[in-house]
Design a protein around this ligand. Structure first.
Ligand code: ADP
Ligand code: XUL
Length: 548
């Protein structure tokens, strides 16, 4: 146990439904955790799941003062629980990605002169030009997305520059929409923050810079030069760079906490604020994902997280700058047909029993004698296809498979798809690659065995509860030590290790190396056959990534 006066590091997470915090000591022990649930603890804002869904069903916002008031309340709770703020050497945090905060003219001065006798939400009540902040769940900016694609020279070109095609929830498109539909609010805006940099600003007592990693979720940053893309900025708003400030490396120390925190809560004057980032980048830090690793969350939907050295942005998925190593990248992929489809096949093929489902996987050979299945019960995000498509070893379409073969066809097909699309974004299996599995289905060793075989890599399980908060606390600690990537893994080496569960069969590489190529060919065929007439509804693609 650390001494009672030992240093502490705080990690905050401003997520969609709640504000959370963890405090760790220098040995990475979690010594305090707390949270504020927006719906139940701040009912005056009348949110559901932390948001307001507007009458058009497309506009989804959160009251910005609710986030401020949640911080007031959280700090009071921490104080009430006896946390000694003078021990906090550094803090950092994360926020839901893509959401934005519009500060009104004069906010900078207000932030610099906060009266320690008052709550933040009293002090800042006139500091926002837009009281209802756009969130990542918003899908009301389709027109602006089309315009951005056109300005950039097409969706592929935009993806190449910013790491993602235009998404309605992404910040740049929300800024465009606001400028066009509410010019007066836009006119009186002094600064635009992401949720992460807004939260950092509260601690800093001044506008905090946007970090590269969360900045890559805006459809505005050139992810390779790590500067604002001129073509995207020009298409979004005039002189937007003045409103956004220059982006900084995610490991930057922004400065000490403002005197408000020193006087009101007893923070040390030396307590540092490390750049806040997005919740997914912070989770990558919390999971201590390393080069070559891939994290696969097998929840309601399946989500894949990757550390990438050489990105190849694709229309499906997002590539962001890496929060730990500014020369590297991370990618996120979301697959809607995950556990629910596995449950359907379990119900239909093995009488609802996971034990029999597992036995079917054990009793069938790697490669399933050439039978391949695509199971898109609902319109898939990656790739945008729908329906069940089954193929025999001669690539002929068949209408059914025997129950055991069907179970393996489903699970192999799902993991071949995860690997195919990960590789398309630049993922490469290298010596030492680990697959880190999380989520409900990661308790099933036979499913993990197929995952291990398809990726030809050992599979480990990890506990990711609170990974964004924990990652933020780790990043705070790292910010105090140094700026180099090796030191991040050095400072977190005492964290609990992932547990090795399975290793690949020796023949896996040969079987799945070939099968992956066949799968890619057949997927193209399936796509041609089932491509929807209209473009995808992108809100679902973003919504489903909440699991990790
Ligand atoms: P969420 O996305 O809601 O966080 P979880 O990560 O908790 O979901 O995963 C829930 C899913 O886990 C369930 O839908 C269920 O299909 C799956 N699951 C639970 N136990 C098993 C098992 N033994 N084998 C396969 N899947 C399982
Ligand atoms: C990622 C995304 C969500 C939010 C959730 O692209 O939009 O995961 O970050 O908070």
């Amino acid at each position: 146990m650390a001494a009672p006066d030992a240093a502490l590091y705080l990690g905050f997470d401003f997520s969609t439904q709640q504000l959370k915090v963890v405090a760790i000591d220098g040995n990475l022990n979690v010594v305090h955790q707390n949270n504020v649930q927006f719906d139940s603890e701040l009912p005056e804002f009348r949110t559901q799941g932390g948001v307001h869904i507007h009458a058009d069903r497309l506009t989804v916002t959160s009251p910005v003062l609710m986030w401020v008031k949640a911080l007031d309340l959280l700090l009071d709770k921490m104080k009430g629980a006896g946390l000694d703020f003078s021990r906090v050497r550094a803090l950092s945090g994360s926020g839901q990605q893509h959401g934005s905060v519009f500060w009104r003219r004069g906010a900078s001065e207000t932030l610099q002169n906060l009266d320690p006798d008052q709550n933040l939400h009293q002090l800042l009540q006139d500091s926002f030009s837009v009281s209802h902040s756009p969130t990542w769940m918003d899908s009301s900016s389709s027109r602006q997305c089309d315009d951005l694609h056109t300005a950039a020279g097409g969706a592929e070109r935009l993806t190449e520059i910013t790491g993602s095609r235009a998404y309605e929830g992404f910040t740049g498109n929300q800024i465009s929409k606001l400028r066009q539909t509410r010019p007066e609010e836009f006119r009186v805006t002094e600064r635009i923050s992401l949720v992460s940099s807004f939260a950092a600003s509260l601690f800093l007592g001044g506008f905090a810079s946007i970090d590269y990693s969360d900045g890559s979720g805006m459809n505005l940053l050139d992810i390779r030069t790590r500067t604002w893309s001129e073509v995207c900025m020009d298409a979004t708003a005039p002189h937007l760079d003045r409103l956004l400030g220059a982006p900084v490396p995610s490991t930057s120390v922004l400065g000490p906490v403002s005197s408000y925190w020193v006087q009101r809560f007893g923070f040390s004057e030396d307590c540092r604020v490390v750049a806040f980032t997005g919740d997914n980048p912070a989770s990558l830090a919390g999971m201590r994902l390393q080069q070559g690793d891939v994290a696969v969350s097998l929840g309601t939907s399946d989500t894949v997280f990757l550390w990438i050295q050489q990105p190849r942005p694709a229309l499906e998925g997002h590539v962001f700058c890496n929060p730990l190593d500014w020369t590297a990248f991370m990618a996120l992929l979301c697959f809607k047909n995950g556990s629910l489809t596995r449950e359907r096949i379990r119900n239909e093929s093995t009488g609802g029993s996971w034990e029999l489902f597992s036995a079917a996987l054990r009793d069938t050979p790697l490669g399933n004698n050439g039978n391949i299945g695509f199971y898109f019960d609902s319109m898939e995000i990656t790739p945008p296809a729908v329906g069940v498509h089954l193929f025999d070893p001669e690539d002929k379409k068949v209408s059914s498979l025997s129950p055991q073969v069907e179970v393996r066809a489903l699970v192999e097909g799902q993991f071949l798809s995860r690997r195919l699309h990960a590789e398309r974004l630049g993922y490469a299996i290298i010596p030492g690659t680990r697959v880190l599995a999380t989520g409900g289905a990661s308790s099933n060793q036979d499913i993990l065995q197929v995952l291990s075989d398809v990726f030809n890599a050992p599979v480990y399980t990890i506990d990711v509860s609170n990974s964004a908060c924990l990652g933020s606390a780790y990043r705070a600690l790292h910010g105090l030590v140094s700026d180099s990537i090796s030191s991040f893994f050095d400072v977190v080496k005492k964290a609990p290790e992932p547990q090795l569960v399975v290793t690949p069969h020796p023949e896996a590489q040969q079987v799945y190396g070939q099968m992956l190529q066949r799968y890619a060919r057949l997927e193209e065929r399936v796509l041609q056959e089932s491509r929807p007439p209209e473009p995808q509804e992108p809100i679902s693609s973003v919504q489903e990534t909440r699991d990790l």
